[in-house]
Design a binder for this molecule. Structure first.
Ligand SMILES: N[C@@H](CCC(=O)N[C@@H](CS)C(=O)NCC(=O)O)C(=O)O
Length: 246
């Protein structure tokens, strides 16, 4: 299967019985969550990348909201990153990602519910051209990172939120954490750095995450994220950026 994105007017790539398919966009942090679970659990699958500025008709028929990620196998279709991660964990139930302990599972849900306090100011800052607004959003991000720092530290069994191995929440948070270092580069302002020394537990978490083959397989470095976002912000994103295919 080509990694190049499928756009409006393209022919539907036929599905095969019993083969799990992910509709993806290579730079989408939400779809990266699903890819992390697929890679971590070594679940066989194929990937169909979607051109989100010119969506194929067959993709909109599949998910009228027009968003990735979407999983498909035979007549089953699951959109929404959190639903895809839980579904994969339930169906491919070896090496569970969701904590067995109900209290811990409840708190992972809480930590996930609060993720917007990171995502909203981050994308607000990415899109803003007002330097003082960007700095105040960066302060919000840092404040919320302290919240995650304290929660992870209190678990005392790291390096992961899941303990000695990752849980679903580690994979829900990671794609956004991976993108945080692009802000000072994108805005050319070192003040926007997340200041790793002030969040030592999260910094150790990020180091452990970066060593996971699933993270290595799905990550871009900060300068690649910057290159992608510059195109995205200009209104003409290159969905096939960095692909070596002809
Ligand atoms: N709530 C969704 C958000 C997914 C999302 O925002 N995906 C973006 C790409 S990163 C998308 O498909 N955008 C296309 C659009 O909204 O038209 C999830 O968690 O899966």
């Amino acid at each position: 299967m080509t990694q190049k994105s499928f756009a409006q007017g393209s022919a539907f790539p036929p599905t095969k019985p019993g083969v799990l398919r992910l509709y993806n966009m290579r730079f989408c942090p939400f779809a990266q969550r699903t890819r992390l679970v697929l890679e971590y659990k070594k679940i066989p699958h194929e990937v169909v990348n979607i051109h989100l500025k010119s969506k194929p008709e067959w993709f909109l028929a599949l998910n009228p909201l027009g968003q990735v990620p979407v999983l498909q196998i035979d007549d089953k279709i699951v959109p929404e990153s959190t639903a895809t991660c839980d579904w994969l964990d339930d169906v491919y139930s070896e090496n569970r990602l969701q904590p067995a302990d109900p209290y811990r599972r409840a708190w992972d849900r809480v930590l996930h519910e609060y993720i917007g306090k990171l995502i909203t100011p981050f994308y607000g800052a990415v899109r803003s051209s007002d330097a003082s607004e960007v700095e105040s959003k960066s302060e919000e991000i840092k404040k919320h990172l302290q919240f995650y720092e304290e929660k992870l530290k209190a678990r005392e069994d790291g390096p992961f939120f899941g303990g000695s191995k990752p849980s679903t929440f580690d994979f829900l948070l990671w794609p956004f954490y991976e993108r945080l270092p692009m802000l000072p580069l994108l805005k050319d302002n070192p003040v926007l750095d997340i200041e790793a020394d002030k969040i030592p537990t999260l910094t150790a978490w990020a180091k452990a995450m970066r060593e996971l083959p699933a993270v290595i397989a799905t990550s871009f470095d900060a300068s690649s994220h910057v290159a992608w976002y510059k195109g995205h912000l200009s209104g003409a994103p290159d969905y096939d950026m960095f692909l070596k295919e002809d």
